[in-house]
Design a protein. Structure first.
Lengths: 447, 525
């Protein structure tokens, strides 16, 4: 038996039965050159989605216009009030039943970024290309990763997740095509490896060689796939098409890496895995996203905090009941209180991330100023499964573009798709329509 | 490791029983581990000291020494050649291009699960030449070629060819090579082994008696454990044990050890029914199960000691069959309490194949949370069912769930729920009634044909990797009939599926009309 002193103390976690501890990570020291973005900083677009609706009593202020006293759930955002736009009455009509029967959780999440009513099925899933992916298609070539999909909840279930709706609808936000959802990365370690490589520093020569090797593999796979496609039926052809398009994405990343061979130093150790603690997990994921934004590795993000319809129990808050059963509170005050606590807890984590983004300077502005981050849910009242007046806020000015610090209440039943179409404009992905859009939303811009 | 004791470190207490441990002492051991996944456990054995401590003191670093965490560091450079490396380098690549070709064609044949062409081998050899031109070794080139193979669509997809890919009216028998892959992925969740692939390549897999022999061999092979892991894991929702979070206040005994024991019981039970070709009726009720000390304690069964699992004959009516497995009872509960509704739904959906229709829109979920304050859960549910709209489905669902109310939310037996005595009697629609879980199981056994059909459907979906369609009905009927004739033996079910028309054949697929097939990217100009 040898007593070893070298093991880092800080890897110790509280409590028993934890096999792998996690270092207490803090600041992301921006070790890489911030000159990566000369001149005007790019605009970043992100969607942060929370499930099971939100207790709207504690979300909607009783006034419009300039933000004053914030309701309980929004309170953690108090320091960033001037960076917020709170939007009322945005609706996803395609989240509603529209003769398709029950399954509001499956439908609202599938419709959220696609604006399309998802097909009620467990097998041949179909929604629509999501607005983040439309933007990624337009501007993705500028960055190493056209988009980033991140989540926090292990979602390996397959099959029926809500009354006949495939789990693909509740476990994903981004849709590459109408049949191809992009699963979020859940493990901080996997996210680290995707963004920054395996953490081993290589010489420029070795990196260049690695690039040539990868290219040769991509050529090989592309040729194999093309040859294989001949003589297949339509479904198999489509599967291989999807495979080809994911290969092509890697190819594009390689091309970009060839031009810009610099290795990003994330300023943190490679995480060990998924932390048991929710806040820790959230912090790790957003720390890495922040670096990815800062280093302009990507400009488009979707973040599915937990999967729609989740029954996660928030032990962190001393709440033993699952989130979803709690939202069916039937106006029981004790249950409603717990839901409000969960909603607020999510916001506390989000606020910590906002603080981080605001602290990062980009010229005269902050990273937050140059972002537009939608925080919202696919349901408003989780008890009654309502699809109107969805809780929606935007953090950031989208690069001196939004007039913030206000609450705007639109006409009832204004399609959420109108907001997304407006945001697509801002990102340079102009389109006539998106989902069930009827136009653009007014009043967001300065002047 | 994997149930074997690797190493012990003595920890002494002072005679005064006063301990002055450094709470942060760290012990290190070097382990030489075989490749693969392993389960590690660490703990105090023969720990007499702790039995005099209160639970609080047991985890106080002033009163006791306890295990805080284990960190694995490594792997360190191996001193012996890895077995996997030896398997790849079947000859000395330095000997020349002949050996490189041999290595790559052998690997590609395994990875693609079919014979490979000279052209395919040549395109892999190019990677070795590329590495050499970069000034790297032949072995590094082989590594690159293996990487390429593993992302090739021939490895990642199971390729099955149709003579007329766009004509759904022409059904054809799949090739023996395709059949070999279907078999191995169904039973082993992996690639065919040499014997299976060799037979298929030689065109002998469908020779008289051969398929039967292969089935027997494959089921007896340890690799068929994958069927328990993957099929049973999904069918009985055992996989969800990894994500459920029973309330630690109400269920302090919940933890990884108990959770893993629950998984193991169900996995071994499933494997035994499969390997011993037992009647599938035993899923519903059986006179044996698999326990280790931890789980036996949970069940209140004496005489089982140690961490190893063993077959235990049950002489209690409290346990028997999967509905009494703590795994199933836990995944069909809420974190804080049982849910007769979820359990009833579980039985209808996974055992009887008659899933209840989803609740009508705008009916809020049952207020199970208020239970305890104003009467037992059962009373609350009864009230709910006085609503005619709810009653139509809940009558059956809830009754089945009531029959399991003697098991708490982590599957432990109980006679009372809080201050209320458990009433596990019920009447199923149709008038059959029961008063204990054992009687409920006896009733369910009367529905054996329905249960068999349900398992058949799920297993057929699993084996084909697709949902069933209207035209599969005839296959279902046929399998059901033959299965009944066999006395509902588990291997007969596997046999009938493997010999069934959808498993043995495929057909083309009609091209959808342009307007449907075209992605609706409305937002793109």
């Amino acid at each position: 038996m040898i007593t070893k002193k070298a093991l880092p103390r800080r890897t110790f976690l509280k409590g028993m039965g934890v096999a792998v501890g996690l270092p207490v990570l803090d600041a992301m020291s921006p070790a890489f050159a911030s000159s990566k973005v000369p001149g005007k900083a790019p605009v970043r677009m992100a969607f942060v989605y929370v499930p099971n609706g939100i207790d709207m009593r504690h979300w909607n202020p009783d006034y419009e216009g300039k933000l004053a006293e914030l309701p309980r759930i929004l309170k953690p955002l108090e320091p960033f009030k001037q960076d917020l736009t709170l939007l009322g009455n945005l609706t996803h009509n395609n989240g509603r039943a529209l003769l398709d029967g029950p399954g509001d959780h499956g439908r609202c999440c599938g419709a959220y970024l696609t604006g399309i009513q998802p097909k009620k099925t467990m097998f041949d899933i179909k929604a629509g290309i999501s607005c983040d992916q439309i933007v990624a298609n337009h501007i993705g070539k500028e960055t190493r990763f056209p988009s980033l999909e991140v989540g926090m909840e292990d979602a390996r279930q397959a099959g029926d997740c809500d009354s006949g709706y495939s789990c693909a609808y509740t476990n994903n936000l981004a849709w590459r095509s109408e049949s191809q959802p992009l699963p979020p990365i859940l493990d901080p370690r996997a996210l680290f490896e995707r963004l920054f490589g395996n953490g081993v520093a290589l010489s420029p020569e070795a990196r260049a060689r690695q690039g040539r090797y990868r290219r040769s593999i991509i050529d090989f796979v592309t040729e194999d796939t093309r040859k294989l496609q001949a003589g297949l039926g339509p479904t198999d052809k489509r599967k291989l098409d999807e495979y080809l398009s994911s290969i092509r994405e890697i190819e594009l990343q390689l091309q970009k890496a060839e031009k810009d061979n610099a290795q990003i130093d994330p300023g943190m150790e490679k995480p060990y895995g998924v932390p048991a603690d929710f806040a820790e997990h959230f912090k790790l994921m957003t720390s890495m996203i922040t670096v990815a934004f800062q280093a302009d590795l990507t400009r488009v993000l979707t973040f599915l905090v937990t999967r729609e319809g989740t029954s996660r129990a928030y032990r962190e808050l001393g709440i033993a009941d699952g989130h979803h059963p709690l939202t069916h509170h039937r106006n029981d005050p004790a249950m409603m209180e717990k839901v409000a606590q969960i909603n607020t807890y999510h916001m506390v984590q989000f606020a910590a991330w906002m603080e981080k983004l605001k602290s990062i300077k980009e010229g005269d502005a902050s990273l937050l100023d140059n972002a537009m981050i939608v925080y919202g849910a696919g349901l408003s009242d989780g008890n009654r499964h309502t699809h109107e007046d969805l809780p929606t806020l935007i953090a950031g000015r989208a690069g001196s573009f939004f007039k913030t610090g206000r609450r705007i209440v639109y006409r009832k039943e204004t399609p959420m798709s109108n907001l997304f179409l407006t945001m697509m404009d801002r990102m340079g992905a102009h389109a006539e329509h998106f989902g069930d859009s009827t136009g653009r939303v007014e009043g967001l811009h300065l002047g | 490791m994997d149930g074997n004791l690797l190493h012990t470190i003595p920890v002494e207490t002072k005679p005064s029983k006063l301990v002055y441990f450094n709470p942060y002492s760290e012990a290190e051991m070097r382990l030489y581990l075989p490749e693969g996944d392993h389960v590690f456990r660490a703990g105090f054995i023969n720990d007499d000291f702790v039995k005099d401590l209160t639970e609080k003191d047991a985890y106080s670093d002033r009163k006791n020494k306890f295990l805080n965490m284990i960190t694995f560091v490594g792997p360190f450079p191996a001193k012996v050649e890895k077995a996997s490396r030896k398997k790849i380098l079947i000859c000395d690549p330095a000997a020349g291009p002949g050996c490189v070709e041999k290595i790559l064609s052998t690997l590609a044949r395994r990875a693609y699960r079919r014979p490979v062409s000279r052209g395919e081998v040549a395109s892999l050899v190019r990677f070795v030449n590329l590495a050499k031109s970069e000034g790297q070794s032949v072995e590094q080139g082989l590594q690159l070629a293996v990487q390429a193979m593993l992302v090739s669509p021939h490895f990642l997809f199971r390729v099955e060819r149709d003579p007329d890919p766009n004509d759904p009216s022409r059904v054809h028998r799949i090739s023996e090579i395709e059949l070999a892959s279907r078999l191995s992925y169904f039973l082993w969740s992996s690639i065919p082994d040499d014997e299976l692939q060799g037979l298929a390549e030689a065109g002998k897999l469908r020779a008289p008696g051969q398929l039967e022999r292969q089935l027997k061999r494959m089921l007896a092979d340890p690799r068929s454990a994958a069927l328990a892991e993957n099929f049973a894991g999904q069918w009985l929702e055992i996989r969800n044990l990894d994500t459920v979070k029973p309330d630690p206040q109400k269920f302090p005994e919940w933890g990884p050890e108990l959770r893993d024991a629950m998984k193991t019981e169900t996995r071994m039970f499933f494997e035994t029914l499969l390997r011993e070709n037992r009647p599938i009726e035993e899923f519903l009720d059986a006179s044996f199960t698999f326990l280790n000390e931890r789980l036996a304690r949970h069940y209140g069964i004496d005489g089982v000691s140690g961490p190893d699992f063993r077959r235990v004959d049950l002489n209690t009516s409290q346990r028997g069959g999967i509905l009494t497995h703590a795994s199933v009872l836990t995944v069909s509960s809420y974190p804080t309490r049982t849910s007769p509704v979820i359990r009833g739904k579980f039985v209808l959906e996974n055992l009887l194949g008659t899933p209840p229709p989803p609740p009508p829109p705008d009916v809020p979920a049952l207020d199970e949370q208020a239970v305890g304050s104003s009467g037992s859960l059962r009373q609350q549910l009864e009230k709910h069912r006085s609503n005619a709209m709810c009653a139509s489905c809940h009558n059956k669902m809830d009754a089945l769930g009531f029959g399991l109310e003697n098991y708490n939310a982590i599957g432990k037996w109980r006679d009372t729920d809080g201050k209320y005595a458990v009433d596990s009697s019920g009447t199923l629609p149709g008038g059959k009634s029961f008063s204990t879980p054992a009687e409920l199981r006896a009733l369910l056994k009367q529905d054996l044909p329905e249960f068999a059909r349900c398992v058949t459907e799920k297993l057929l979906i699993y084996s084909l990797g697709r949902g069933l369609e209207r035209y599969d009905r005839r296959t279902m009927d046929e399998i059901s009939r033959k299965l009944a004739a066999s006395g509902y033996r588990f291997q007969s079910l596997i046999h009938e599926i493997v010999y069934s028309l959808p498993f043995q054949s495929r057909r083309g697929e009609a091209s959808k009309s342009q307007s449907v097939a075209k992605p609706k990217e409305t937002a793109r100009r």
